[in-house]
Design a protein around this ligand. Sequence first.
Ligand SMILES: C[S@@+](CC[C@H](N)C(=O)[O-])C[C@H]1O[C@@H](n2cnc3c(N)ncnc32)[C@H](O)[C@@H]1O
Length: 247
Amino acid sequence: MDVTGDETRAAWAIASRKYEDEYAEHLERARTAELLPAEVDVLSEMVVGADVVHPMSGHGLDDVALARLGARSVHGLDYSDAAVSSAQRRADELGMPCRYTRTVMPASGLDDACADLVYTGKGALIWVADLSAFFAETHRLLRADGRFYVYEAHPLVPLWDWDPDAIRVRPDRGYFASSHVNDSYPGNGAVERQHTLSEIVMACLEAGFEIEHLAEHPDPFWRPGGMTAAAWDGRLPNAFSLLARRA
Ligand SMILES: C[S@@+](CC[C@H](N)C(=O)[O-])C[C@H]1O[C@@H](n2cnc3c(N)ncnc32)[C@H](O)[C@@H]1O
């Protein structure tokens, strides 16, 4: 199953055309894009004047939001041509201090200690096969005392069925599985990597970070096609956020 990651990258190359095809709609969203309230609570002070690096930057709406919160610069990294070029065009059109580089994480190609904050999430860690390599690269990019922040789908999310009426666990998924084939977005055979919460926390600590904040959240950050699911009614974890200091 997609050992090299090439099939997943090809799936993203197709899916990310959406960011170009729906350029105008994304531009309108970018005009007012904000981080989630839980992100703002944690990041609002540290982001002011910060140089931010954003691995897996996708459509770049969070980059515009970070710039609006006061980041000095935001450098988005993504391996999809369409994501990088459309995000750059939008940021330029809005006069935001965001730039984008096409790169395959965890090899960012950026200089050591170039960032005060590495921000990522909302569908990022699920594409990372080697968490240790990802955290080591993040650590390398940060200046002394720099922070890593992620707001991400909770590792239990792959188990939740989207039944509108009843909470159900999908019989074809397991919490301790290492991966599954994505059947929503981007689809096209993309393979999502699964990491348990303890694996994420331990990989972060082992890379040399001190964890300053870890929270679990009931709301999903993405509701496909305006759907409602019983699994999203507040009883289950659907996201987590983590802030760590480069020790
Ligand atoms: C769901 S998006 C998440 C990003 C952003 N939060 C958003 O909502 O657009 C995932 C992005 O990660 C990128 N991606 C996945 N694996 C990658 C890798 N190894 N290196 C760089 N980009 C990657 C994809 O091209 C895609 O644009």
